[in-house]
Ligand binder design. Sequence first.
Ligand code: C2E
Ligand code: MG
Ligand code: MG
Ligand code: MG
Length: 269
Amino acid sequence: DAKARGGALIGQFHDGLRSAVVYRADLERRLVGAVERGEILTHFQPILSLPDRRIVGFEALARWQQGSATLSPNEWIPIAESTGLINEIGEHVLRQAVQQLQRWLADGHQVTLSVNVSPRQLSSRRFADAVLGCLATGVPPGLIALEVTESLAVDEAASAILAGLRAEGVRIALDDFGTGYSALGAVSRLPVDVLKVDQSIVRRANDPQGRALLTSVLAIARSLGLTTVAEGVETPELEAALAELGCELVQGFLYSPAVDAETAAAMLV
Ligand code: C2E
Ligand code: MG
Ligand code: MG
Ligand code: MG
């Protein structure tokens, strides 16, 4: 009867919920010590200038190698953030990426490096000190960009830490611009040099409304003296629209996904 069916449904729901909780708990347990075990790898996605398609830099993107599987950051970065493991993981990625940048520079490649930073990593001085430690090894600060999201804009302390790093010459990029709230507010409140336009906007570059939105975003960026990077460029049609609208830099599967350091180096001529 209906009641029995209802009970069965609730049972299924409960089982589903429980397995999601168990799965998350399991991921959390396995993430502990992942850095020491060498499971956190740093991959690199090229950032290119338009219209010449020259590689001007790379964004470091963390990968978690679990046996033969690679877990997407969207699955485990939130866990790393809520447990605080992001501090250790973020520093590891930063060091690996900066070391790689130094090798590329030594080989005569003038490229920039972008590193993602979670809000949690800016709740103390720890990450900033790690960045300063990297700068002390002689890497030019202007070649390093820290990618932060708008959610940071509400936090004064985090904003002050970023401002301090910016005063050392490090560049600050506002990531995923156009998603979430107070997109424009963040630009005026945060110390920002680069605007990374989210792929949800970039994708729409060729429909009239999307194009109008993109046009205004690029105009605002230009008037504030910010460099613009379009994220998630997947087709030549999108590239053409972005070039026409004066977007300076692009990143996306049209050019390359994130690849290991060796593969990235092979893309530099
Ligand atoms: P994000 O910083 O916005 O990075 C861009 C994401 O878009 C990357 O996903 C990249 O692989 C993906 N992407 C690039 N081009 C395309 C495209 O043409 N089409 C599509 N559909 N996707 C594209 P990924 O590597 O899975 O990273 C997801 C998010 O995880 C990142 O978003 C970033 O917020 C976070 N993340 C990654 N590595 C780190 C890290 O080391 N530290 C922190 N705190 N967060 C990280
Ligand atoms: Mg990013
Ligand atoms: Mg992004
Ligand atoms: Mg993101």
